[in-house]
Write a protein that binds this ligand. Structure first.
Ligand code: AHG
Ligand code: MN
Ligand code: MN
Length: 280
């Protein structure tokens, strides 16, 4: 696992430079979820593939930016699912973005996830790795990631990050969100799930939701490289992650680009979600 974390660290340093100085324009390709790929999405994907090619324990990779899984080392033990550049359209407006990685053993599915790592490219570059617990690392001036602390969520937080187009929300989702705001929660939503979830994790808790909507009944966020890894991080940080009714890590992805509604947070907020959704 250390070799994978080291490869992510090397890739992160290269991606950070690409974000800072690379071309922010669009390519002519559309990815499997229908997004026109930015040149930065493609460049980040290639950097990660290059770094993972040096790690013989990685059998195959599954990227948001590739149609199919790709075998790297036949005898490898791990399958890594990743979103090379999450929130990439935010680079244009100079907001924080990230990379997300899920490490699977045996098969790429929730029941096989053994680690999750993400990187935030913000004013500072930070990496969070969840294996048994959740560790925060920060890139220092010498180009190495130094451990900062272990991340643990409180039972209840203060932040509410509400995703998706509101006019497509179900009435009960709206009711849930209204009630949470009425309790005094503050809105925090940048449109990048990495910094939005990172903020909740570092500020002790709250709720991030990306519900099913009328236009996206299966949500927007992708199971293998966005939803499962963050569900793993939240559980290891003593929080929880559900799809409204079920625990995320009990779900099963049938296709590599499948999506799901998702809610991540501390226990109190996730209890509220389950209570409200159970009525419908
Ligand atoms: P990506 O850039 O990899 O396509 O993902 C963007 C995602 C995620 O980061 C964020 O939470 C969500 O899109 C925001 O969507 P809405 O603007 O619909 O809330
Ligand atoms: Mn993404
Ligand atoms: Mn992406």
């Amino acid at each position: 696992m250390k070799e994978i974390i080291d490869a992510v660290s090397r890739a992160a340093i290269r991606i950070k430079k690409t974000i800072e100085f690379g071309d922010t324009g669009y390519s002519s390709h559309i990815n499997k979820t229908g997004d026109t790929q930015l040149k930065l999405d493609i460049a980040s994907d290639l950097i990660i593939e290059e770094e993972f090619s040096k790690v013989t324990s990685i059998k195959s990779i599954i990227s948001e930016e590739k149609e199919e899984a790709k075998t790297l080392h036949e005898n490898g033990k791990y399958i890594v699912g990743y979103d090379p550049l999450d929130g990439s359209s935010l680079v244009d407006v100079n907001l924080a973005v990230g990379s997300i990685f899920a490490v699977y053993e045996k098969e790429a599915n929730a029941n096989s996830i053994v680690a999750a790592i993400y990187v935030v490219y913000g004013p500072r570059t930070e990496m969070v790795a969840a294996i048994d617990d959740v560790k925060l690392y920060r890139l220092d001036e010498n180009g190495s990631f130094k451990e900062v602390k272990t991340i643990k969520l409180n039972e209840k937080g203060k932040l509410n990050a509400t995703g998706a187009t509101q006019k497509g929300w179900t009435p009960y989702h709206k009711k849930l969100i209204d009630e949470i705001f009425a309790e005094g929660y503050r809105l925090r939503y940048s449109g990048g799930m990495v910094p939005d979830l990172h903020q909740i994790l570092l500020k002790g808790g709250g709720l991030f939701s990306y519900p099913a909507t009328t236009d996206t009944p299966k949500g927007k966020l992708r199971l293998l490289f966005e939803v499962f890894p963050f569900a793993f991080v939240f559980e290891k940080a003593l929080g929880a992650a559900v799809d409204g009714k079920k625990r995320i890590l009990d779900l099963h992805a049938s296709h590599i680009h499948d999506t799901s509604p998702c809610f991540f947070g501390s226990h109190e907020e996730i209890k509220k979600v389950l209570n409200e959704y159970a009525k419908h």
